[in-house]
Ligand binder design. Structure first.
Ligand code: SAH
Length: 218
């Protein structure tokens, strides 16, 4: 790469990280994970040149890759530890899973579109992200065989936290997810599982594609 191209890349990265900080992503581990994962690899086609802007972008199967600042805020709210096993519902482009893979021991990521799972899997192999396990399935049921999880993140909106996911969270575990109807403003919430029940905390308004039950056809 030429000096100019390298300089451009360094400046782009600095602007990307600055935008994250200015939107409230301040956790050092989250920022270094986001610095390590190139969002440009997860956005293809028409919108590839906008990969470093703080906006959601369309991906295959009519889905979206979330806005980087929202990915950052969700990641930091999840408080992932190095020994944690994380379940992600909604693989999409694979970007959020790639960031979690820098922070956790293992990440299970589920999507109802086989094509998205296949493409994300190929990308993870190419990037040598060997601690991500991808699964084509209906994530609203969770992954009973691998449960319980230290952390669960849902990147599609349900009206309420799905019961199977609450049941698959460890005591002391944390789940971060958007809730609310898909055509209105949703709330990002954090759920902690305590010995005695669940503690719910509202974080901020967000907008996500809906969590849809059952497998997709592609
Ligand atoms: N985390 C993704 C963004 C996901 S968009 C990224 O970083 O790019 C939301 C995703 O949730 C879509 O890919 C959609 O197919 C998936 N989804 C919706 N309902 C689902 C369900 N019941 N089970 C699994 N995945 C689901």
């Amino acid at each position: 790469m030429s000096d100019d191209a390298q300089g451009d890349q360094a400046e782009r990265k600095m602007r990307f990280l600055f935008a994250l900080r200015s939107k409230g992503v301040t956790d050092a581990r989250t920022l270094s994970a986001m610095e390590a994962v190139d969002r440009g690899r997860f956005v293809r086609g028409l919108f590839a040149d906008r990969a470093y802007e703080d906006m959601p972008l369309p991906i295959a199967c009519g889905q979206t890759i979330s806005q980087p600042s929202v990915v950052g805020l969700m990641t930091q709210a999840l408080q992932v530890g190095a020994r944690d096993t994380v379940l992600e519902i909604g693989t999409g482009s694979g970007y959020q899973a790639a960031i979690l893979s820098q922070l956790a021991r293992r990440v299970y990521s589920v999507d109802r579109h086989r094509r998205l799972v296949r493409e994300a899997e190929a990308l993870f192999a190419d990037l040598s992200l060997s601690n991500i396990v991808t699964i084509a399935g209906d994530g609203s049921r969770g992954l009973p065989d691998q449960a319980p999880f230290d952390r669960i993140i849902v990147t599609a909106a349900a009206e309420d936290p799905p019961g199977p996911l609450l049941a698959q969270l460890k005591i002391g575990g944390i789940m971060v997810l958007p809730v609310g109807q898909s055509d209105t403003v949703q709330s990002l919430i954090r759920v902690r599982r305590l010995e005695t029940g669940f503690d719910y905390e509202e974080l901020r308004p967000v907008r996500f594609v809906p969590l849809v039950e059952g497998m997709a056809n592609d």
